[in-house]
Design a protein around this ligand. Structure first.
Ligand code: 3UK
Length: 520
């Protein structure tokens, strides 16, 4: 039927799941998870069952579904099951505090939450505060629940395995990701149905040369835009396989997974490469990484010495590339066989980049300015934030918030953030949020948090603390303050260094001059 007004039909779940089965890959392994091997046909069944389960709850087009899921097959089935019926999945960080989840749920107005049992246990007491939430689907080993939540396994098993994709269009919202803001309030980044295919074609296929033969392993979790591509829609989009690891990535378990499942492409962040190198040197052990053909780093700039060291230890290259939640994935990257250590490489095919001064005028090579990029995987915009949208999305251009210069050969060199935000271990940390937390401690009068770079050029949050009168600095107090922040905020945000000082540098109007602390 030739219907008017419905737009160009496109559903990302059809593209990333059904097309593989239709191509004859049904019996191929899509996901390696613990001792399970999940084929494309099995994954398609699970996707369809989640979609049908959601439909039975009266969830349909444009309805948000919040995912508080570890990296397990349920994450992928829930993500694509939601998309297939035109609902909009929102994977969120599993390391946050209860108040953060209240924010995600109320801000997104998700009607359904799909959540792992232990995470639900942390927030179920707040249920009355979740204004729009109607259904809770709990991924659990147990069958019975005291509250009236739904058991994921029973819900899926009851549901039909046949499901036609909703009539979504190419430009329909497909999923959201929350990006941290400088005041600590995350912003819902709305991505469209076509965005994943665009990142797949531009970066995974053209830069990483990903094919059906690839098996990926991402130490970065699926709820990060980086991990979502690495561990889900890149391998599935190429008809390859992914290895999922729900645990926190530590050198020992990352090495173990690589040896056991033999991936061909590995994705990490600079701090992880650093700790893996350190682990090797400390233990004098060797690991067999010979299955890998390439390693990728993103999240923050990769220190050049790590590239050399990794090559020495494993004879493997690490490709540094910069991406963002708003751009969905990597838009500047080094190339296989063409690496400039310390640089973010060249523009990824399918994107354009521009370095501009404060008036938006393009700058010549070697001059530092604001990096703007253009490309089809760039988000539709932020949810419900009109002013922020105007500042971030300039017509066709995305303002990245990063300072860069480009050399005569077209390689881009990172020079820092345009705001005060810190990247710690590849994850955003807002100095304001840490300051606000420390200020609640009874011993603290004033505080300023900055990023301090260590010997390897990696950033650690450092707090300059002015104590209240009568309180004296001590090692014990330092430990107590760190623990205090870890209890209040997601633990990865705690200040690694605390320095007690008598007063903070301030402007005449009383604004803390963080830049003065930065230069020491
Ligand atoms: C910084 C880098 C220097 C930069 C991400 C790959 O990190 C990702 O997304 P986020 O939204 O943060 C984006 C910001 O992080 N950054 C990222 N990579 C690099 N700085 N060198 C790098 N290689 O400030 C950027 O604006 O958390 C990374 C793929 C998808 C992503 N979302």
């Amino acid at each position: 039927m030739d219907l008017r007004g419905i737009g160009l039909q496109y559903n990302a779940s059809t593209k990333f799941i059904d097309e593989n089965v239709n191509k004859g890959l049904g019996s191929k392994v899509a996901i390696y998870y613990k001792d399970e091997k999940i084929t494309y046909k099995q994954l398609q069944d699970q996707v369809n069952q989640v979609g049908n389960g959601l439909k039975q709850l009266d969830i349909g087009l444009e309805s948000r579904v919040l995912l508080m899921c570890y990296d397990t097959p349920e994450f992928i089935a829930s993500f694509f099951g939601s998309i297939k019926i035109g609902a909009v999945p929102i994977p969120v960080n599993t390391m946050m505090q209860p108040a953060d989840y209240e924010y995600f749920l109320n801000n997104s107005r998700a009607k359904v939450l799909i959540v792992h049992e232990d995470l639900w246990a942390k927030i179920s007491h707040l249920r009355k505060r979740f204004l729009y939430l109607e259904h809770i689907v709990v991924i659990s080993q147990h069958d019975n629940h005291s509250d009236n939540s739904i058991n994921y396994r029973e819900w899926v098993e009851r549901a039909d395995r046949e499901l036609d994709a909703a009539r979504t269009s190419y430009d329909d919202p497909a999923f959201w990701l929350f990006s941290s803001g400088s005041t600590g309030n995350p912003k819902g980044v709305i991505h469209l149905q076509h965005d994943m295919e665009c990142a797949l074609n531009n970066y995974a296929k053209k830069v990483l040369k990903m094919t059906e033969n690839d098996i990926t392993f991402s130490a970065s979790k699926l709820f990060f835009a980086y991990g979502l591509g690495n561990g889900m829609y890149f391998p599935l989009g190429a008809g390859g396989s992914t290895i999922l690891m729900p645990e926190r990535p530590l050198p020992e378990n990352v090495f173990e997974i690589i040896e056991k499942y033999k991936p061909t492409v590995f994705f990490g962040v600079p701090t992880l490469y650093g700790s893996m190198i350190n682990f090797m040197e400390r233990n004098g052990k060797t690991f067999d990484l010979s299955s890998l053909r390439i390693c990728v780093s993103a999240g923050e700039a990769l220190p050049a010495p790590y590239i050399r060291k990794w090559k020495e230890l494993f004879n493997l290259d690490i490709l540094d590339g910069i991406g963002s939640t708003e751009a969905l994935h990597i838009f500047l990257s080094n190339r296989i066989g063409d690496i400039r250590a310390g640089s973010s490489g060249q523009v990824v095919p399918g994107y354009e980049a521009k370095i501009a001064n404060e008036h938006g005028i393009p700058l010549p090579p070697n001059e530092i300015g604001d990096l703007l990029i253009k490309g089809d995987s760039v988000a539709h915009g932020y949810w419900n934030l009109h002013e922020e949208n105007k500042r971030k999305f300039y017509g066709e251009w995305l303002f990245t918030g990063d300072k860069y210069y480009v050399d005569e050969d077209g390689y881009y060199w990172y020079c820092g953030r345009s705001d005060d935000m810190l990247k710690v271990g590849g994850i955003w940390v807002s100095p304001i949020e840490i300051e606000n937390s420390l200020l609640q401690h009874e011993a603290v009068l004033e505080v300023a948090v900055i990023g301090e770079t260590n010997d390897h050029n990696l950033v650690q949050p450092k707090a300059y603390v002015v104590l209240k009168q009568g309180v004296h600095p001590s090692k014990e107090l330092e430990i107590e303050l760190k623990e205090f922040v870890k209890r209040q905020l997601a633990p990865y945000k705690y200040p690694r260094i605390i320095e007690f000082i008598d007063e903070l540098p301030k402007t005449a109007t009383g604004k803390i001059q963080r830049f003065k602390l930065r230069v020491g």
